[in-house]
Design a protein around this ligand. Sequence first.
Ligand code: FMN
Length: 248
Amino acid sequence: MNETIEHLLHHRSIRKFKPHQLDPKTVEILVRSAQAASTSSYQQAYAIIGVEESALKQQLVDVASGQAYVAENSYFFVFCIDYHKHVLAAEIASGSVDRTVETTEALIVGAVDAGLAAQNLVVAAESLGYGTVYIGSLRNDAAKVSELLALPDHVVPLFGVAVGLPDQEPGKKPRLPMDAVFHRNTYTDDDTMRQLLSEYEQETSSYYGERTDGRRTEGWVYQMAASMKDPKRTYMRDFLQEKRLARD
Ligand SMILES: Cc1cc2nc3c(=O)[nH]c(=O)nc-3n(C[C@H](O)[C@H](O)[C@H](O)COP(=O)(O)O)c2cc1C
């Protein structure tokens, strides 16, 4: 164990922050940490938008179904897939990368790159004593976010990250048993997996039961079965294609 691993294992999302603003130097350190992440083929296929204007933050709260901590935080970042700069680079070099950046493969590369950069930023922020929460609900209306942030073609918003001084001390959410996510050599058989899921159902059911004074009794298994029953944000494929991504 060391300090880095202790920080990682201590992670929990924070959804209530003390009034405070990040100073520009800290913003820079966080963004530089994000940029230090590995990146597929050196592409750096992501953009990070720092949302600083409170009116703009408030409009993102509306997109995120009223989650107040999208505005009430020390700083709000939006992570995007970004191939706009590659299109410009190709233009400078009198070439074209349009066919490449419009593939599903490029979409995966951009999403992975953005995720790695974001998690670096989150780990850096948490190491400085800040709390964080990702905000995927920005995709409730990705077109609106795109318009608000003036994102050009080949740039799509994936999620936000709110950073701030924690004003709550939530417990850590139990993760799946390690054997349900870590498979040695080949994927675990279904009987073993069902057993692991049943154990996890019990554990998370008790966890939620304690956190809600018994009002909530279903654990992760039933939560997933219910929350993933109907597909979400099914407009996304059309939106991506309008933004000239994942066309091929
Ligand atoms: C990509 C992504 C999007 C998320 N979107 C939201 C969100 O919109 N609102 C929210 O309150 N939490 C959001 N979360 C936080 C998750 O709910 C949280 O990480 C998960 O329940 C595990 O809890 P923990 O982070 O406290 O361990 C998101 C997390 C990720 C990674």
